[in-house]
Design a protein. Structure first.
Lengths: 203, 401
């Protein structure tokens, strides 16, 4: 009969109207600035640099300024300058470090390729989305001080990935130590040591 | 302002008049008359202005709840200040007049639309003693004034010099003229039954109760229920409300006749739409729902204007409910519904009302026959015409997609 469909539709909207007052399953809105939903672990937006300790982020950056990410980055939003001197890295090996490491988040397209290609697990994807800036050039250009975040933070936002990375790094360090003990001259002969230290399964 | 100035009305009933007399009582005769008229206008503007403001808020809240979200809740307590924030925003916006537009008509259109829609409030009886202007042919006046808003909408579309605005204005004219007919045809039976063309007369005809509890409202008769339904559907179309909001179908026409309007002129059109909705709802209350009469004799101690407001708000929330539910019609579906369904039904309903009036003296078992024939006259055409309207219209099959 003509009109029954209209009545059915009206019943649906009435149920929604009443249900939104007493059924939390229907009423799913989060009052954003006051309430926050937990972001899913796989959520990502812009990269950050992992440092081993939060107290001395610049001294314990995992990054060795190999510039692979800079070369791979499709929109070319990464700019790296290598340091002239060397500093001991997380494994105690002398390495160059990034004197300048800039990421232009206005250009970054969150593709995660820098993370995929990094042999040192030094760059990971962050979850900070409230990055609105009043200056679209300087405000969105993040330097290495702004990018560096401790490993604890990485564990907090991506627990599964971080545990896996830590496990890999520990086993690599053990292997390196075992290798270094019987043959002290070995590391000097192999220039490609860093990638051998942290073998990464092809992602 | 008083039509049935009865001495037995309670203090609450007379409160608005006492307030008015307290304000203007000291003035001499003619000045007092003018001041009283002014007070009526100011009171109507204030009441319906505020009603408009909070109706937009209620509408947004209800639409939100229907879509399972809270609606505006940031401005003030529960978003109660939202209408004022919107008003301030509208006032501070730049008023843009397109270079090619006709500046005089472009300016006049919102003024005319608000003026005509406001005129219609003059003849609605809001309470036993509250009828701003008592005319012999106030129903005629009401529909004359409310159909003049069509002119203003076309004025807006034409003067904007914009293809979308003009398309929308054409559509608005087609729609409003189509629905004017069932709207008026559904009012004719009321005039026929009440024997009066004045709103006060129609309300007076609906006083009293049958068996002490069934009010003599027109909606409780077969022809009255049908006419009420036709009236409400047509008034949805007349006030450009969803599902008949074709003149501002944003997916096709940007904002329709409002495309070239900004700032407070836009707000005036918006206000006129809500005023039209309120006026038509008020008219529906007057014509079919017993006006300001209480539903039960025991409830008569509540002032009549409260009953009128309750009925008005119920109808307005019905408008909002329909808007939250129905998708918009296409222009051909819209006109087909008017000409092939509502107009024939309204004409048949005229016959039903005539039969109902003629069979008034029937008593005893003939009463049953009277009800049966009237109900059949309402339901059978509805079923037959409904079947014809949707004949051959199944789910659409996309052959080449």
């Amino acid at each position: 009969m003509l009109g029954t469909g209209l009545l059915q539709g009206l019943a649906v909207t009435a149920r929604n109207l009443v249900g939104s007052f007493h059924d939390p399953k229907r009423f799913v809105t989060t009052q954003y600035p006051e309430e926050r939903t937990k972001l899913p672990e796989a959520y990502r937006n812009f990269p950050f640099l992992v440092s081993e300790s939060g107290d001395d982020p610049m001294g314990t950056l995992r990054c060795v300024a190999c510039q692979i990410c800079e070369k791979e980055c499709p929109p070319q939003c990464i700019y790296i300058e290598k340091s002239k001197d060397k500093k001991p890295d997380a494994n105690g090996k002398m390495q160059v470090y990034p004197a300048v490491f800039d990421i232009d988040t206005a250009v970054c397209m969150s593709c995660q390729i820098c993370v995929e290609v990094c042999p040192f697990d030094a760059i990971k994807m962050d979850q900070v989305f409230e990055i609105a800036a009043t200056d679209r050039f300087k405000g969105l250009m993040l330097d290495r001080n702004a990018l560096a975040k401790p490993n604890d933070y990485y564990h907090r936002i991506h627990p599964t990935d971080a545990a896996e990375v830590d496990e890999r790094l520990v086993s690599a360090r053990k292997a390196a130590a075992a290798k270094a003990a019987p043959k002290p001259a070995a590391p000097a002969q192999t220039p490609a040591a860093p990638s051998a230290q942290a073998p990464k399964p092809a992602a | 302002m008083s039509l049935l100035a009865t001495t037995d009305s309670s203090l609450l009933e007379r409160a608005p008049l006492l307030l008015r007399d307290g304000l203007t009582g000291f003035l001499p005769g003619p000045a007092r008359w003018a001041a009283n008229g002014l007070i009526k206008i100011v009171a109507l503007l204030a009441v319906f202005g505020l009603l408009f403001a909070f109706l937009t808020l209620v509408e947004r809240k209800v639409l939100g709840r229907v879509q399972n979200r809270p609606g505006p809740n940031r401005t003030g307590w529960f978003g109660l200040l939202q209408p004022f924030a919107d008003g301030i925003k509208m006032l501070t916006k730049e008023d843009i007049v397109p270079h090619a537009a006709d500046p005089v008509l472009h300016f006049l259109a919102p003024v005319a639309v608000i003026a005509f829609s406001f005129l219609t409030f003059a003849v609605i009886p809001y309470g036993r003693l509250l009828l701003p202007v008592d005319m012999d042919a106030s129903i005629l006046f009401f529909f004359a004034a409310s159909s003049a808003t069509e002119l203003s909408i076309f004025m807006a579309g034409w003067s904007s010099h914009n293809k979308y605005a003009l398309f929308a204005a054409m559509r608005a004219l087609a729609q409003l003229i189509s629905y004017e007919l069932p709207l008026l045809l559904s009012v004719v039976p009321v005039v026929l039954a009440a024997g009066a063309l004045s709103t006060a007369g129609v309300v007076a005809a609906q006083s009293g109760w049958k068996w002490g509890f069934l009010p003599h409202w027109h909606v409780f008769t077969p022809w009255g229920a049908a006419a009420f339904a036709i009236f409400m559907v047509s008034s949805l179309a007349e006030s450009n409300r969803s599902p008949f909001d074709l003149p501002e179908a944003e997916s096709e026409l940007i904002a329709g006749h409002l495309t070239e309007y900004s700032g407070f002129k836009y707000a005036l059109f918006f206000m006129a739409e809500y005023f039209g909705m309120c006026a038509l709802s008020g008219m529906a209350v007057t014509l079919f729902l017993g006006g300001w009469h209480a539903p039960l004799p025991q409830l008569e101690f509540v002032p009549s204007y409260v009953w009128f407001s309750v009925k008005l708000l119920a109808l307005l929330s019905g408008f909002i409910w329909v808007r939250a539910t129905m998708p918009r019609l296409r222009i051909d579906q819209l006109t087909r519904l008017a000409w092939k369904f509502l107009v024939p039904l309204a004409i048949i309903n005229l016959g039903t009302a005539a039969f109902w009036s003629l069979s008034l003296p029937w008593a005893g078992p003939l009463q049953l026959l009277r009800w049966a024939v009237s109900l059949a006259l309402v339901i059978v055409p509805f079923l037959l015409l409904g079947r014809r309207l949707s004949a051959g219209l199944g789910a659409r099959v996309y052959r080449y997609a």
